[in-house]
Design a protein around this ligand. Structure first.
Ligand code: G3I
Length: 345
């Protein structure tokens, strides 16, 4: 008799779960299901000229990351000229719609304006250039940007420091100086370091943790680590992700899953977004979110997707391939992974 009762309960439970997934739509905003912010990267041109894109951004997400317009080539295009227009427009959007704003990114080796690439000067001239860049931007957005991503992608896969222009011109101390400059300009903003492959490259992750623990020991404030999480259905293993979350949190760093997308065509095969592939994508997203939920609340800065619709994904342009890595399809309809996200939050 007991086995019958168990079977009845199991059938009822599975029926409810099926009902929940089958009924999944995006009528209720994602972030309302979550105890931590759910964000998206925003393309300012889509926000300004695509009403469907804008409505999804407002309804589904409560944290915003500028995909490009806070980067040096856009915001500091000339030595004495800062282009605030689009950045201020995004800031106003966030204020009007009660969205948190994450400042991506202050110091990176890509998307630099020509004048910086061509700049000629001493190490202290370069340090002054970096200080002016950081402190002018951070001061402009003081009390409007919740957290600054001070440095992006400073490490190589072998755990050594990337020999980028900042390291070449200022030395390996540029990272510490950047965090100090940002802290001086806005003592209230959280300060993050951001990189990719931290979930699967132990060597790189350990070098990152070692450097930033060392900076902390020297009295430099570093609040969090951004894990980009540009992953795919072939890697990483969920166990790797869980270990990474636990290790970074154990080092007392907030974790921002900062650029999440899940490629279903990492090897550029001629694919269609089959139900099988979309289910694999949803299952990996479920594992990521389940493991993120397991870390202590004080380390959960949030999960940010690197775009809204597959149509907007950088992957298609950068790799020139078909791919479907985000929550919404090309028609701005929620996908299987959207439903799995709601189920798991
Ligand atoms: O703004 C110009 C536009 O004027 C021109 O007409 C157009 C023609 O190609 O190019 C536009 O610039 C493009 C820019 O995105 C804005 O759309 C650049 O060519 C293009 O390279 C740039 O790509 C961005 C990429 O970073 C650059 O490395 C992607 O949108 C952006 O999603 C991507 O994001 C990075 C993160 O910032 C850091 N982590 C990795 C992530 C993926 O690469």
């Amino acid at each position: 008799m007991k086995i019958v009762r168990v079977l009845i309960l199991l059938t009822f439970f599975l029926g409810c779960q099926k009902e929940k997934i089958s009924k999944c739509d995006d009528s209720i905003g994602l972030f309302t299901f979550s105890s931590y912010p759910i964000g998206t990267a925003i393309d300012i041109n889509e926000l300004e000229f695509n009403p469907i894109y804008k409505s999804i951004a407002i309804k589904q997400f409560n944290s915003i990351t500028p995909e490009n317009i806070f980067k040096a080539e856009y915001i500091h295009p000339e030595p004495l000229f800062f282009n605030w227009s689009q950045a201020d427009s995004l800031t106003s959007f966030c204020e009007q719609n009660n969205k948190r704003l994450y400042g991506h990114t202050l110091i990176w080796h890509k998307q630099l304006p020509q004048w910086i690439l061509n700049f000629e000067g001493s190490s202290s001239d370069w340090e002054q250039l970096m200080k002016t860049h950081i402190q002018t931007i951070v001061t402009h957005f003081k009390n409007k940007v919740t957290a600054w991503e001070v440095v992006n992608e400073a490490f190589n896969e072998d755990g050594t420091l990337r020999n980028n222009i900042w390291k070449q011109k200022i030395g390996s101390g540029y990272i510490e100086k950047a965090f100090v400059f940002a802290q001086e300009a806005d003592p209230n903003a959280l300060l993050f370091y951001n990189d990719y492959n931290l979930e699967m490259n132990l060597t790189k992750r350990h070098s990152v943790l070692s450097l930033f623990n060392n900076l902390r020991n020297r009295g430099v404030r570093v609040d969090g680590i951004g894990m980009q999480m540009h992953v795919n259905t072939s890697y990483p293993e969920p166990s790797q992700i869980a270990s990474a979350f636990q290790e970074i949190a154990a080092n007392n760093f907030k974790i921002h899953v900062s650029e999440l997308d899940i490629s279903i065509n990492p090897f550029d095969h001629n694919i269609e977004p089959s139900e099988k592939l979309l289910t694999e994508q949803a299952n990996l997203l479920g594992n990521i979110v389940f493991n993120y939920n397991e870390i202590p609340d004080q380390y959960q800065y949030g999960i940010t997707f690197w775009g809204i619709s597959d149509k907007n994904s950088w992957i298609r342009n950068y790799y020139n391939r078909e791919d479907y890595p985000l929550l919404y399809d090309d028609n701005y309809l929620p996908k299987t992974c959207y439903c799995k996200l709601i189920e798991t939050l």
